[in-house]
Design a protein around this ligand. Sequence first.
Ligand code: NAD
Length: 360
Amino acid sequence: MQYKVVLLPGDGIGPEIIGETARLLQVVVAQAGHAILFDERLIGGCSIDRYGEPLTDETLADCLSADAVLLGAVGGPKWDDPTAKVRPEQGLLRLRKEMQVFANLRPVVVHPALAHISPLKPEKLVGVDILVLRELTGGLYFGQPKGVIRNNGSLRAVDTLEYADYEIRRILHLAFQLARGRRFKVTSVDKANVLESSRLWRQIASEVSRDYPDVTLEHMLVDTASMRLIADPASFDVLVTENMFGDILTDEASVLAGSMGMLPSASLGEGRRGLYEPIHGSAPDIAGQGVANPIGAMLSAALMLRYSLNLPDQAAGVERAVNQAITEGCRTRDLGGNLSTQQLADEILYRLPGGHFLGL
Ligand code: NAD
């Protein structure tokens, strides 16, 4: 089998972490007896500098013909002018839209050896292993009408929160299927006491749950969920919610792990093709220093192995190698250590199955 993966390192620390992650993927896929072909392209600020746009049609076409896309991060002070017509994140939004990835998956696992760098008390973090699914292509961010209306000298702004039944159904099915590979529990988060769209969300969640009698469904209001994520995060297994609630809750959940540099994400659509990226940004404050933590990108590659390349054993091998490296004290600066990006990557590669033969 030969896989094609498009690499979009992007800006800031993107090239540093994606370079190390491509090295890891190459080793892991080869060890599984397959080949991986990388196509590296520009996205974000560096693409604006080179082509005048954050994502060219050619790059997009390449992504749409690949098995998976691995992205670093986009943006930075150089392109931060909010009034600019062309902005780095437009490239990312267009890519997500064209790839039709409607579900953003963010696993949040707190490694016991890192519990002390989390803002929560270590005893609250025991057993935290949450998979947050955020609906990515509907809701308030895309609903029409949207805009500012001028009327008799006053201004009114309108956003529309709208969901079609099929948009809710497909992400709920994914949530239940993923829960079957975990602890068999789905928490569906909404605001059904106030919003019509949430009442439809809740109704469809209940309907879909009938196809999965082995999985427990709980409905939770978004305000309760935001408190529960801090008060009792270990009580969640799979948490699924609409776009804006998910935008907020995923960032809240990510704080539990202590460093932005640790957490991966996957964005999936109907088929196997997916977009994989660490949750952090381009970290301009440390870019070019070789100290960025590559773990968020490497765990994103593990999700790619599992969901797009159908190599679940290799995915688990990467996750075990990362866990072991952390347990044995390997740390970049954000985790309180002094390893460089490349040194931490070497430590992780060494702990892959057969990794000690790599001569690192
Ligand atoms: P950020 O995630 O880039 O950085 C926040 C803090 O976390 C910084 O102190 C940074 O040094 C640290 N950090 C982040 N990733 C790290 C890693 N892998 N290793 C070690 N430390 C790490 O967020 P920000 O500073 O708010 O944004 C910087 C730029 O990134 C902005 O232009 C923003 O628009 C962009 N951004 C892009 C994405 C994306 O591409 N998906 C997401 C968020 C922010």
